[in-house]
Design a protein. Structure first.
Length: 401
Protein backbone atom coordinates (compact mmCIF):
# COMPACT_ATOMS: atom_id res chain seq x y z
CA UNK A 1 0.00 0.00 0.00
CA UNK A 2 1.26 3.47 -0.83
CA UNK A 3 1.63 5.49 2.41
CA UNK A 4 -0.52 8.24 0.90
CA UNK A 5 -3.32 5.77 0.07
CA UNK A 6 -4.33 5.14 3.69
CA UNK A 7 -8.07 5.35 4.34
CA UNK A 8 -8.82 9.09 4.74
CA UNK A 9 -11.10 8.56 7.70
CA UNK A 10 -8.18 7.46 9.86
CA UNK A 11 -6.44 10.83 9.61
CA UNK A 12 -3.00 9.19 9.29
CA UNK A 13 -0.61 10.35 6.57
CA UNK A 14 2.77 8.68 6.50
CA UNK A 15 5.97 10.57 5.73
CA UNK A 16 7.49 10.29 2.29
CA UNK A 17 10.52 8.56 3.78
CA UNK A 18 8.27 5.70 4.85
CA UNK A 19 8.02 4.75 1.18
CA UNK A 20 11.76 4.04 1.26
CA UNK A 21 11.44 1.62 4.18
CA UNK A 22 11.32 -2.01 3.09
CA UNK A 23 11.14 -5.27 5.03
CA UNK A 24 14.37 -7.20 5.44
CA UNK A 25 14.48 -9.97 2.86
CA UNK A 26 16.44 -12.06 5.36
CA UNK A 27 13.89 -11.56 8.13
CA UNK A 28 11.12 -12.61 5.77
CA UNK A 29 13.06 -15.73 4.77
CA UNK A 30 13.65 -16.56 8.43
CA UNK A 31 9.88 -16.82 8.89
CA UNK A 32 9.88 -19.61 6.29
CA UNK A 33 12.78 -21.39 7.96
CA UNK A 34 10.81 -21.67 11.19
CA UNK A 35 8.82 -24.45 9.55
CA UNK A 36 9.70 -27.86 11.04
CA UNK A 37 12.37 -29.76 9.15
CA UNK A 38 13.93 -26.81 7.28
CA UNK A 39 17.73 -26.64 7.37
CA UNK A 40 18.56 -22.96 7.20
CA UNK A 41 21.71 -21.49 5.71
CA UNK A 42 19.84 -18.18 5.49
CA UNK A 43 20.17 -16.31 8.77
CA UNK A 44 23.12 -14.25 9.90
CA UNK A 45 22.64 -15.49 13.45
CA UNK A 46 25.58 -16.52 15.64
CA UNK A 47 25.49 -20.06 16.93
CA UNK A 48 23.75 -20.13 20.34
CA UNK A 49 26.35 -22.75 21.31
CA UNK A 50 28.80 -19.85 21.62
CA UNK A 51 26.79 -17.83 24.15
CA UNK A 52 28.65 -17.74 27.51
CA UNK A 53 25.57 -18.24 29.67
CA UNK A 54 27.44 -19.06 32.89
CA UNK A 55 29.66 -15.98 32.54
CA UNK A 56 26.58 -13.82 31.99
CA UNK A 57 24.92 -15.27 35.10
CA UNK A 58 27.97 -14.45 37.19
CA UNK A 59 28.27 -10.96 35.73
CA UNK A 60 24.57 -10.31 36.34
CA UNK A 61 24.89 -11.21 40.01
CA UNK A 62 28.03 -9.11 40.36
CA UNK A 63 26.47 -6.02 38.78
CA UNK A 64 23.31 -6.24 40.88
CA UNK A 65 25.28 -6.84 44.05
CA UNK A 66 27.79 -4.01 43.47
CA UNK A 67 25.45 -1.29 42.14
CA UNK A 68 22.00 -2.61 41.33
CA UNK A 69 20.30 0.75 41.63
CA UNK A 70 22.76 2.45 39.31
CA UNK A 71 22.52 -0.40 36.80
CA UNK A 72 18.72 -0.08 36.67
CA UNK A 73 18.66 3.74 36.39
CA UNK A 74 18.82 5.98 33.32
CA UNK A 75 22.38 6.35 32.08
CA UNK A 76 24.63 8.66 30.06
CA UNK A 77 23.90 8.76 26.34
CA UNK A 78 27.57 8.26 25.48
CA UNK A 79 27.56 4.94 27.32
CA UNK A 80 28.91 3.49 30.56
CA UNK A 81 32.35 5.03 31.02
CA UNK A 82 34.19 1.82 32.03
CA UNK A 83 32.81 0.07 28.94
CA UNK A 84 33.90 2.92 26.67
CA UNK A 85 37.36 2.72 28.21
CA UNK A 86 37.43 -1.05 27.70
CA UNK A 87 36.43 -0.65 24.03
CA UNK A 88 39.20 1.92 23.51
CA UNK A 89 41.72 -0.49 25.02
CA UNK A 90 40.54 -3.37 22.80
CA UNK A 91 41.16 -1.47 19.57
CA UNK A 92 44.54 -1.79 17.83
CA UNK A 93 45.22 1.95 17.50
CA UNK A 94 45.19 4.81 20.04
CA UNK A 95 41.60 5.79 20.81
CA UNK A 96 40.36 8.30 23.37
CA UNK A 97 37.28 6.94 25.22
CA UNK A 98 35.63 10.29 24.41
CA UNK A 99 35.55 9.12 20.79
CA UNK A 100 33.58 5.96 21.70
CA UNK A 101 29.78 5.94 21.58
CA UNK A 102 27.95 2.84 22.81
CA UNK A 103 25.08 1.97 20.46
CA UNK A 104 22.08 -0.32 20.56
CA UNK A 105 23.73 -2.82 18.26
CA UNK A 106 26.01 -1.73 15.44
CA UNK A 107 22.85 -1.46 13.31
CA UNK A 108 22.00 1.67 15.29
CA UNK A 109 25.44 2.99 14.43
CA UNK A 110 24.51 2.78 10.74
CA UNK A 111 21.25 4.60 11.44
CA UNK A 112 23.03 7.39 13.31
CA UNK A 113 25.62 7.76 10.54
CA UNK A 114 22.83 8.07 7.97
CA UNK A 115 20.96 10.69 10.01
CA UNK A 116 24.05 12.82 10.58
CA UNK A 117 25.80 12.54 7.20
CA UNK A 118 23.12 11.96 4.55
CA UNK A 119 20.72 14.49 3.01
CA UNK A 120 18.01 13.83 0.45
CA UNK A 121 19.84 13.03 -2.79
CA UNK A 122 23.28 12.67 -1.20
CA UNK A 123 25.54 10.17 -2.91
CA UNK A 124 26.60 7.23 -0.74
CA UNK A 125 29.06 4.65 -2.05
CA UNK A 126 28.87 0.97 -1.09
CA UNK A 127 30.63 -2.23 -2.06
CA UNK A 128 29.13 -4.59 -4.64
CA UNK A 129 27.49 -6.49 -3.06
CA UNK A 130 27.02 -4.99 0.41
CA UNK A 131 25.30 -5.58 3.74
CA UNK A 132 21.53 -5.48 3.35
CA UNK A 133 21.04 -3.87 6.78
CA UNK A 134 23.14 -0.89 5.72
CA UNK A 135 21.01 -0.36 2.62
CA UNK A 136 17.94 -0.42 4.88
CA UNK A 137 19.48 2.06 7.33
CA UNK A 138 20.47 4.50 4.60
CA UNK A 139 17.25 4.29 2.56
CA UNK A 140 14.95 6.52 4.70
CA UNK A 141 17.37 9.43 4.25
CA UNK A 142 16.66 9.16 0.51
CA UNK A 143 20.25 9.03 -0.74
CA UNK A 144 21.60 8.08 -4.14
CA UNK A 145 23.28 4.77 -3.27
CA UNK A 146 25.96 3.81 -5.79
CA UNK A 147 27.67 0.44 -5.90
CA UNK A 148 31.44 0.41 -6.45
CA UNK A 149 32.96 -2.46 -8.41
CA UNK A 150 34.70 -5.10 -6.30
CA UNK A 151 36.82 -8.21 -6.78
CA UNK A 152 37.85 -10.91 -4.34
CA UNK A 153 39.98 -8.32 -2.49
CA UNK A 154 37.13 -5.85 -2.10
CA UNK A 155 36.83 -2.30 -3.45
CA UNK A 156 38.29 -1.52 -6.87
CA UNK A 157 40.00 1.78 -6.07
CA UNK A 158 40.01 2.94 -9.69
CA UNK A 159 36.26 2.51 -9.91
CA UNK A 160 35.94 4.23 -6.53
CA UNK A 161 37.73 7.29 -7.87
CA UNK A 162 35.49 7.32 -10.93
CA UNK A 163 32.34 7.25 -8.78
CA UNK A 164 33.43 9.70 -6.05
CA UNK A 165 31.19 12.44 -7.50
CA UNK A 166 30.65 14.35 -4.24
CA UNK A 167 29.82 11.21 -2.23
CA UNK A 168 29.38 11.74 1.51
CA UNK A 169 31.21 8.50 2.36
CA UNK A 170 32.10 4.97 1.30
CA UNK A 171 30.61 2.20 3.45
CA UNK A 172 32.91 -0.81 3.58
CA UNK A 173 33.29 -4.13 5.46
CA UNK A 174 36.95 -5.16 5.08
CA UNK A 175 36.82 -8.34 7.24
CA UNK A 176 34.88 -11.49 6.28
CA UNK A 177 32.31 -9.33 4.56
CA UNK A 178 28.58 -9.87 4.80
CA UNK A 179 27.42 -11.25 2.38
CA UNK A 180 30.49 -12.52 0.48
CA UNK A 181 32.84 -13.59 3.27
CA UNK A 182 35.76 -11.94 1.46
CA UNK A 183 38.59 -10.14 3.25
CA UNK A 184 40.48 -7.11 2.02
CA UNK A 185 44.22 -7.74 1.93
CA UNK A 186 46.99 -5.48 3.19
CA UNK A 187 47.92 -3.89 -0.14
CA UNK A 188 44.28 -3.16 -1.02
CA UNK A 189 43.69 -1.54 2.38
CA UNK A 190 46.70 0.68 1.87
CA UNK A 191 45.53 1.64 -1.62
CA UNK A 192 41.99 2.33 -0.42
CA UNK A 193 43.12 4.59 2.41
CA UNK A 194 45.52 6.45 0.12
CA UNK A 195 42.74 6.98 -2.44
CA UNK A 196 40.29 8.10 0.26
CA UNK A 197 42.83 10.67 1.47
CA UNK A 198 43.43 11.96 -2.05
CA UNK A 199 39.70 12.23 -2.74
CA UNK A 200 38.87 13.64 0.73
CA UNK A 201 36.34 10.82 0.93
CA UNK A 202 35.25 9.75 4.44
CA UNK A 203 35.03 6.02 5.14
CA UNK A 204 32.51 4.17 7.32
CA UNK A 205 34.20 0.91 8.34
CA UNK A 206 31.90 -1.81 9.69
CA UNK A 207 33.68 -4.63 11.51
CA UNK A 208 31.27 -7.02 13.26
CA UNK A 209 33.18 -10.17 12.20
CA UNK A 210 36.84 -9.16 12.52
CA UNK A 211 37.53 -11.28 15.62
CA UNK A 212 36.16 -14.44 13.95
CA UNK A 213 39.31 -15.34 11.98
CA UNK A 214 40.25 -18.99 11.59
CA UNK A 215 43.99 -19.27 10.96
CA UNK A 216 45.39 -15.73 11.10
CA UNK A 217 43.97 -12.32 12.05
CA UNK A 218 43.09 -9.91 9.25
CA UNK A 219 45.25 -6.84 8.52
CA UNK A 220 44.90 -3.70 10.63
CA UNK A 221 41.62 -1.76 10.30
CA UNK A 222 41.25 1.17 7.93
CA UNK A 223 40.61 3.36 10.98
CA UNK A 224 44.05 2.49 12.37
CA UNK A 225 45.60 3.93 9.18
CA UNK A 226 43.37 7.00 8.82
CA UNK A 227 41.61 7.71 12.15
CA UNK A 228 40.59 11.26 11.26
CA UNK A 229 38.84 10.05 8.10
CA UNK A 230 37.01 6.94 9.32
CA UNK A 231 33.96 6.19 11.45
CA UNK A 232 34.48 2.68 12.82
CA UNK A 233 31.60 0.39 13.87
CA UNK A 234 31.96 -2.65 16.14
CA UNK A 235 29.66 -5.08 17.89
CA UNK A 236 29.42 -7.43 20.86
CA UNK A 237 26.77 -9.51 19.07
CA UNK A 238 29.17 -11.94 17.39
CA UNK A 239 31.64 -12.43 20.26
CA UNK A 240 29.20 -12.43 23.22
CA UNK A 241 25.49 -12.48 22.32
CA UNK A 242 23.21 -10.57 19.91
CA UNK A 243 20.42 -10.36 22.48
CA UNK A 244 22.45 -7.77 24.38
CA UNK A 245 21.89 -5.30 21.50
CA UNK A 246 25.21 -3.61 22.22
CA UNK A 247 27.61 -2.18 19.70
CA UNK A 248 29.82 0.86 19.47
CA UNK A 249 31.18 3.42 17.09
CA UNK A 250 34.45 5.32 17.13
CA UNK A 251 34.35 8.69 15.39
CA UNK A 252 36.66 11.65 14.79
CA UNK A 253 36.18 14.29 17.51
CA UNK A 254 34.52 16.85 15.22
CA UNK A 255 31.83 14.33 14.14
CA UNK A 256 31.06 12.82 17.55
CA UNK A 257 28.85 15.63 18.99
CA UNK A 258 26.25 15.29 16.24
CA UNK A 259 26.29 11.49 16.42
CA UNK A 260 25.69 11.80 20.17
CA UNK A 261 22.76 14.18 19.61
CA UNK A 262 21.25 11.75 17.13
CA UNK A 263 21.68 8.97 19.69
CA UNK A 264 19.94 11.03 22.37
CA UNK A 265 16.99 11.63 20.06
CA UNK A 266 16.79 7.93 19.13
CA UNK A 267 16.74 6.17 22.51
CA UNK A 268 18.45 8.33 25.19
CA UNK A 269 20.97 5.55 25.83
CA UNK A 270 21.60 1.86 25.25
CA UNK A 271 20.60 -0.51 28.09
CA UNK A 272 22.76 0.46 31.05
CA UNK A 273 22.40 -2.87 32.80
CA UNK A 274 23.67 -4.73 29.72
CA UNK A 275 26.56 -2.30 29.39
CA UNK A 276 27.64 -2.94 32.96
CA UNK A 277 27.43 -6.69 32.48
CA UNK A 278 29.66 -6.53 29.41
CA UNK A 279 32.12 -4.23 31.16
CA UNK A 280 32.27 -6.75 34.01
CA UNK A 281 32.86 -9.65 31.60
CA UNK A 282 35.62 -7.85 29.73
CA UNK A 283 37.71 -7.71 32.87
CA UNK A 284 40.47 -10.28 33.23
CA UNK A 285 40.83 -11.10 29.54
CA UNK A 286 37.56 -13.00 29.15
CA UNK A 287 37.37 -12.44 25.39
CA UNK A 288 40.90 -13.79 24.96
CA UNK A 289 39.69 -17.07 26.43
CA UNK A 290 36.21 -17.15 24.91
CA UNK A 291 36.60 -16.03 21.30
CA UNK A 292 39.01 -18.85 20.33
CA UNK A 293 36.24 -21.36 21.10
CA UNK A 294 33.97 -19.55 18.62
CA UNK A 295 36.70 -19.57 15.97
CA UNK A 296 37.29 -23.30 16.38
CA UNK A 297 33.59 -24.10 16.07
CA UNK A 298 33.01 -21.89 13.04
CA UNK A 299 36.13 -23.15 11.28
CA UNK A 300 34.93 -26.74 11.65
CA UNK A 301 31.53 -25.79 10.27
CA UNK A 302 33.08 -23.87 7.36
CA UNK A 303 35.22 -26.89 6.55
CA UNK A 304 32.13 -29.11 6.66
CA UNK A 305 30.32 -26.86 4.20
CA UNK A 306 33.28 -26.65 1.83
CA UNK A 307 33.62 -30.44 1.86
CA UNK A 308 29.89 -30.87 1.23
CA UNK A 309 29.96 -28.40 -1.66
CA UNK A 310 32.93 -30.22 -3.25
CA UNK A 311 31.12 -33.52 -2.88
CA UNK A 312 27.59 -32.58 -3.87
CA UNK A 313 28.17 -29.93 -6.56
CA UNK A 314 30.42 -32.15 -8.66
CA UNK A 315 29.48 -31.82 -12.32
CA UNK A 316 27.52 -28.61 -11.72
CA UNK A 317 28.80 -25.21 -12.79
CA UNK A 318 28.51 -23.82 -9.27
CA UNK A 319 31.23 -21.51 -7.92
CA UNK A 320 31.93 -20.58 -4.31
CA UNK A 321 34.66 -19.02 -2.17
CA UNK A 322 36.48 -20.26 0.94
CA UNK A 323 36.31 -17.49 3.56
CA UNK A 324 39.15 -17.11 6.07
CA UNK A 325 36.75 -16.26 8.89
CA UNK A 326 33.31 -14.94 9.70
CA UNK A 327 29.98 -16.65 9.12
CA UNK A 328 29.25 -16.69 5.37
CA UNK A 329 30.34 -17.88 1.99
CA UNK A 330 29.19 -16.66 -1.41
CA UNK A 331 28.11 -18.89 -4.28
CA UNK A 332 27.09 -18.46 -7.91
CA UNK A 333 24.62 -20.70 -9.70
CA UNK A 334 24.93 -22.11 -13.23
CA UNK A 335 23.83 -20.10 -16.25
CA UNK A 336 20.06 -19.87 -16.58
CA UNK A 337 19.21 -20.10 -12.86
CA UNK A 338 17.85 -17.32 -10.64
CA UNK A 339 18.47 -17.72 -6.91
CA UNK A 340 15.24 -15.93 -5.98
CA UNK A 341 13.21 -18.31 -8.17
CA UNK A 342 15.17 -21.29 -6.84
CA UNK A 343 14.61 -20.49 -3.14
CA UNK A 344 11.00 -21.75 -2.74
CA UNK A 345 11.93 -24.90 -4.65
CA UNK A 346 14.84 -25.46 -2.29
CA UNK A 347 12.56 -24.92 0.71
CA UNK A 348 10.32 -27.67 -0.67
CA UNK A 349 13.35 -29.96 -0.40
CA UNK A 350 14.06 -28.78 3.15
CA UNK A 351 16.84 -26.20 2.78
CA UNK A 352 16.92 -22.38 2.72
CA UNK A 353 19.47 -19.71 1.70
CA UNK A 354 19.46 -15.99 0.95
CA UNK A 355 19.34 -14.92 -2.72
CA UNK A 356 22.15 -12.50 -3.50
CA UNK A 357 20.04 -9.95 -5.35
CA UNK A 358 18.99 -8.23 -2.10
CA UNK A 359 22.59 -7.24 -1.33
CA UNK A 360 23.09 -5.09 -4.42
CA UNK A 361 22.60 -1.33 -4.60
CA UNK A 362 22.42 -1.40 -8.40
CA UNK A 363 21.74 -4.12 -10.94
CA UNK A 364 21.82 -7.42 -9.04
CA UNK A 365 23.49 -10.65 -10.04
CA UNK A 366 20.49 -12.99 -9.94
CA UNK A 367 22.69 -16.10 -9.91
CA UNK A 368 24.33 -15.34 -6.55
CA UNK A 369 23.38 -16.56 -3.07
CA UNK A 370 24.68 -16.38 0.49
CA UNK A 371 25.19 -19.44 2.67
CA UNK A 372 25.68 -19.18 6.43
CA UNK A 373 27.52 -22.14 7.96
CA UNK A 374 27.47 -21.34 11.69
CA UNK A 375 24.04 -22.33 13.01
CA UNK A 376 23.68 -25.75 11.36
CA UNK A 377 25.43 -28.86 12.68
CA UNK A 378 27.94 -30.64 10.47
CA UNK A 379 25.35 -33.34 9.74
CA UNK A 380 22.74 -30.72 8.88
CA UNK A 381 25.26 -29.00 6.61
CA UNK A 382 25.85 -32.26 4.73
CA UNK A 383 22.12 -32.91 4.39
CA UNK A 384 21.28 -29.32 3.45
CA UNK A 385 23.98 -28.99 0.79
CA UNK A 386 22.85 -32.28 -0.74
CA UNK A 387 19.29 -30.94 -0.90
CA UNK A 388 20.52 -27.70 -2.47
CA UNK A 389 22.48 -29.62 -5.10
CA UNK A 390 19.43 -31.74 -5.89
CA UNK A 391 17.37 -28.57 -6.29
CA UNK A 392 19.92 -27.08 -8.68
CA UNK A 393 20.07 -30.26 -10.80
CA UNK A 394 16.30 -30.46 -11.02
CA UNK A 395 16.03 -26.87 -12.21
CA UNK A 396 18.84 -26.65 -14.75
CA UNK A 397 17.71 -25.58 -18.22
CA UNK A 398 16.70 -28.71 -20.08
CA UNK A 399 16.37 -30.82 -16.91
CA UNK A 400 13.46 -33.30 -17.04
CA UNK A 401 10.35 -32.06 -15.26
Amino acid sequence: MNPHDLPPATGWTLARRAERMNPSVIREILKVTERPGIISFAGGLPSPRTFPVDAFAAACQQVLRDDGQGALQYAASEGYRPLREAVAQLLPWPVDPEQVLITTGSQQGLDLVAKVLVDNGSRVLVETPTYLGALQAFAPMEPEVVGVACDDQGVDVADLAARRGGARFLYVLPNFQNPTGRTMGESRRQALVQTARELALPLVEDNPYGDLWFDAPPPAPLAARHPEGVIYLGSFSKVLAPGLRLGYLVAPPHVMPKLLQAKQAADLHSPGFNQRMVAQMLQGGFLDRHVPTIRALYKAQRDAMLAALEREMRGLDVRWNAPDGGMFLWARLPEGLDATVLLPRAVERGVAFVPGAAFHAGTPDARTLRLSFVTASEQQIATGVAALAATIRANLPGAPC
